[in-house]
Design a protein around this ligand. Structure first.
Ligand code: ZN
Length: 388
C-alpha cells in the first residue's frame, strides 16, 4: 500500500525541535519515523460533520499532527450532543459546532491548521470545499450527505473513510474505487425510502460507540496517509458492542454501480432527496406547534396521539396525550374513535406522518399531524419540555 501523499509533498516538510518532541512516540516506530510524520504534516483531511464521529476523528487526527483538518458543519451544540460529542463541552451549548471544534482542536495541537466550513454539504459547494483535501472522512448522520460524500469521493478520486453508528452497533469501511474495492453506492444503490429506517435522531446511540467507530476511522485515515498496513478497502467491519463482536464482511464492486461502475450515470454531483425529519408526503394534513398551542387553549376537543416509544415518553411528554407507539398502532386502532379528531405527534414529525397514513388508510378522515413534533414544541413553545 502506497501513501496517498505524493513524495514531492512530504519531502519538503520540516519538523521543528518541539514537533520532534511532540511526536516522539511516532518517530520511534520504525514504520512511521520522521518520513511518516512528514507525510502526516503534509496531509489534509476533510471531515464531514463535527458530531459523534467527527469528534474522535478530528481530535485524534489533530493530536497525530495532520497538517490541515477541514470540518464541514452548520449545526449548533445542543445539550443532547454532550453525551458523545467530545469536541464540545457544556459551556459550548448554543455555539456553532465549528466554533467549539476550532477551540478544542487548537488546544490539542496549535500546529494543526483547522479550516471550518459553516455550511451544509451540497452538490453546489462539495467539490470546491473538498478540492484541497487528500481524503474525506464521512462523519455524517444522514443519507443526503452520506450519498453526496460518497459520490464526491468517487468523482474526485479521494478515499472516503466511512463510519456509521446506531444504538449499540457501528460500521466502518474505506470506499476508494480508484484504489480497488467498491463505493457506498455499490452496496446501497439508492437511499432508503423515508420511513424504512428510523429517523436520524429517533434511534438513539450509546455514547461510547461513536468514540470506538470514530477512532477506527481515524486509524484508517492515518494508515492511508502513512501507506501502512491493509486499509479497509473492499471490507466492512461491523461492531456489536453488546456481544462484543467484530465481524468482517467482504465487499464486492458492482459493475453496474451508477457512480463507480463501467457505465456510470452519475457523472456530476447531485443532491438526493431523502427527507429524514421532513414530512414524507407533502400532501398529508399537518399543523405547526403554534396552531397546536391555540387548539389546546381552546379546549381538548380532539385526541392528542403520541406515537413515540415508552422510553421517550419518560423523557418528555405533552399533557393529556394518549400514547400508542407507532409499531402498535395498527393493532390498537380500536382504541381511537374516528368520529373524534385525532392530532398526532412524535419527536420530529417522521413517525407521526406514518401514523397519520395508517389512520387515513383505515378510513379516519378527521386527522392531522404536528410538524416538527415535540422537539419543535420544546424549541418554539415551551423550553421546559426537554429537547432530546
Ligand atoms: Zn460504486
Amino acid at each position: 500500500m502506497n501513501s496517498i501523499i505524493s513524495e514531492h509533498r512530504f519531502t519538503e516538510v520540516e519538523l521543528s525541535p518541539l514537533e520532534r518532541q511532540r511526536y516522539a512516540r511516532h518517530l520511534s516506530i520504525p514504520d512511521v519515523g520522521l518520513e511518516g510524520q512528514r507525510k502526516l504534516k503534509a496531509s489534509r483531511v476533510l471531515c464531514i460533520g463535527a458530531g459523534g464521529l467527527g469528534s474522535p476523528v478530528t481530535m485524534y487526527l489533530a493530536a497525530a499532527g495532520i497538517g490541515e483538518i477541514g470540518i464541514v458543519d452548520f449545526d449548533r451544540v445542543d445539550y443532547s450532543n454532550l453525551q458523545r460529542q467530545l469536541l464540545h463541552d457544556t459551556s459550548d451549548v448554543g455555539k456553532l459546532k465549528i466554533e467549539s471544534a476550532i477551540e478544542r482542536l487548537g488546544a490539542i495541537n496549535p500546529g494543526v491548521r483547522v479550516k471550518a466550513f459553516e455550511t451544509r454539504l451540497t452538490s453546489e459547494n462539495a467539490a470546491k470545499i473538498a478540492a484541497p483535501y487528500d481524503l474525506i472522512v464521512d462523519g455524517t448522520d444522514n443519507f443526503q450527505t452520506r450519498y453526496l460524500s460518497n459520490d464526491l469521493s468517487v468523482l474526485t478520486r479521494k478515499p472516503n473513510v466511512y463510519g456509521s453508528i446506531f444504538r449499540f452497533e457501528g460500521q466502518v469501511s474505506v470506499f476508494a474505487p480508484h484504489l480497488g474495492g467498491p463505493c457506498y453506492r455499490c452496496l446501497f444503490p439508492n437511499p432508503p425510502e423515508p420511513g424504512q429506517v428510523p429517523s436520524c435522531a429517533e434511534g438513539g446511540v450509546l455514547g461510547v460507540l461513536p468514540g470506538i467507530i470514530g477512532c477506527l476511522q481515524a486509524n484508517e485515515a492515518i494508515k492511508l496517509i502513512l501507506g501502512l498496513g491493509d486499509p479497509l478497502i473492499g471490507r466492512l467491519v461491523h461492531f456489536d458492542a453488546l456481544a462484543f463482536r467484530f465481524r468482517e464482511i467482504k465487499l464486492r464492486r458492482d459493475p453496474q454501480c451508477a457512480v463507480c461502475g463501467e457505465n456510470p450515470t452519475i457523472t456530476e454531483l447531485q443532491d438526493i432527496t431523502f427527507a429524514c425529519d421532513m414530512n414524507p408526503s407533502p400532501s398529508l394534513p399537518e399543523i405547526d406547534v403554534h396552531q397546536l398551542k391555540s387548539r389546546l387553549e381552546v379546549g381538548p376537543l380532539f385526541v392528542l396521539l403520541d406515537v413515540r416509544e415508552p422510553a421517550e415518553i419518560e423523557v418528555a411528554r405533552l399533557d393529556g396525550s394518549v400514547v400508542i407507539p407507532l409499531g402498535e398502532l395498527p393493532a390498537r386502532l380500536g382504541e381511537l374513535d374516528p368520529a373524534v379528531e385525532t392530532i398526532i405527534h412524535c419527536k420530529a414529525g417522521g413517525r407521526s406522518a406514518k401514523a397519520l397514513q395508517i389512520l387515513l388508510d383505515a378510513g379516519f378522515t378527521h386527522v392531522c399531524h404536528v410538524k416538527g413534533g415535540i422537539n419543535a414544541w420544546s424549541a418554539e413553545i415551551d423550553p421546559s419540555v426537554p429537547l432530546y
